[in-house]
Design a protein around this ligand. Structure first.
Ligand code: SF4
Length: 366
């Protein structure tokens, strides 16, 4: 799977997710669906951030590996294509850790302490001791994850856009201190805003694993229908004869995202006149969800866990070559001489060439 001339000339995008368990429809609509579409136009790097999962799950890491495989299968199920995207696992590319360390030397502590999610998450996950160095440094590792691939764009939803800002600041600071032959090494990536529709969970709050209100990409039809049956509705419809308003109902929100214009019209008319019952309305929403989920689940069934591992291994080998290219420039800009056997006696150009061509040499590093 050599990179083609075309992939080299396309703008590069990079994004990733933490392996915290099977993915749900919110993950699909808010990220994966957009990523799949980007594959046609961009050189795509998508990864599974298993080191990031350790920041909150360090005391019991036993689920991180199985979750990584599940997330990979969900990536493939959504339509990410290993022939068109580099799909990789963060921990297989040690260069991320090296860049994170180097960034930690130049990043003011106050930048990390002021990240809004730092205090917020510490409070939300109060059952876990998050007063760790790793948790504080999470956004910096994220900056390394991104900048090591020198992407032009980072696709995120509106609520995530602020997270990319720190990455841009880190790049700016690095470039201020270090240059390679007069030029900047780490280009600042742009945020690429992608649509992330409001998707309620079964309790009406935002669909989120931590609320336990999700519909999983792997949920079979009977489970989807059962979950929909228990979904909250417009509280105004106490009795079947009470009219309601789909704009005040989470099931209505699902219809807006997934149903046809025709069904949506029936929902508005029927709900507002009490012409339909919520059970019927929910069954239409379930029909629309099942229609979205069927092809996803059919694709997932084509891949075994072994396939997922192999694809991750292969993608990680490709990503590592790119990451090492950046690190060669970073080390040179920072005047760091590495004395590893593979670097000894080679010129800068030679090292770059070997990083590009000699996969096996890099693989043995891990
Ligand atoms: S009819 Fe549909 S949109 Fe109206 S309250 Fe019931 S579930 Fe919600």
């Amino acid at each position: 799977m050599a990179e083609t001339a075309t992939s080299k000339s396309r703008p590069r995008v990079l994004s990733g997710m933490r392996p915290t368990g099977k993915l749900h429809l919110g993950n699909y609509m808010g990220a994966l669906k957009n990523w799949v579409e980007l594959q046609g136009e961009y050189e795509c790097y998508f990864f599974i951030a298993d080191w990031h999962a350790l920041t909150s799950d360090y005391a019991d890491p036993s689920q991180i590996e199985p979750n990584t495989i599940d997330v990979m299968l969900d990536y493939l199920a959504a339509g990410l294509d290993p022939e068109r995207s580099v799909l990789f696992q963060q921990s297989k590319i040690l260069q991320h850790a090296e860049l994170h360390l180097l960034f930690s030397m130049v990043t003011p502590l106050s930048w990390l302490e002021r990240v809004p999610t730092y205090k917020e998450q510490q409070e939300n996950l109060s059952g876990k001791d998050l007063s760790t160095y790793g948790f504080l440094g999470y956004p910096l590792l994220q900056a390394a994850d991104i900048l090591i691939y020198q992407p032009q764009f980072v696709p995120v939803g509106q609520d995530q856009a602020v997270h990319v800002e720190l990455t841009r600041e880190v790049a700016r600071r690095f470039n201020q201190f270090y240059k390679l032959e007069g030029r900047e090494v780490l280009p600042e990536p742009q945020v690429k805003l992608t649509p992330s529709p409001k998707l309620p969970g079964t309790d009406g709050r935002k669909m989120s694993k931590s609320y336990g209100n999700t519909i999983l990409m792997t949920d079979p039809e009977p489970v989807v229908r059962q979950k929909l049956k228990t979904m909250v509705t417009d509280p105004a419809r106490v009795r079947r004869t009470d009219p309601g308003d789909p704009d005040k109902c989470p099931v209505g929100d699902l219809h807006k995202v997934f149903s046809s214009a025709e069904t949506l019209a029936k929902v508005y008319e029927g709900c507002r006149t009490a012409g339909i019952g919520c059970i019927e309305c929910k069954s239409w929403a379930a029909d629309a969800l099942v229609e979205i989920l069927n092809p996803i689940q059919e694709r997932r069934a084509k891949y075994s866990e072994g396939d997922a591992r192999e694809i991750l291994e292969d993608g990680s080998n490709r990503a590592r070559v790119r990451a090492e290219e950046t690190m060669i420039q970073v080390r040179a800009a920072m005047k760091i001489t590495t004395n590893g056997p593979r670097e000894q006696g080679t010129s800068e150009q030679g090292r770059l060439a070997s990083a590009r061509t000699d996969n096996s040499q890099l693989i043995t590093d891990n």
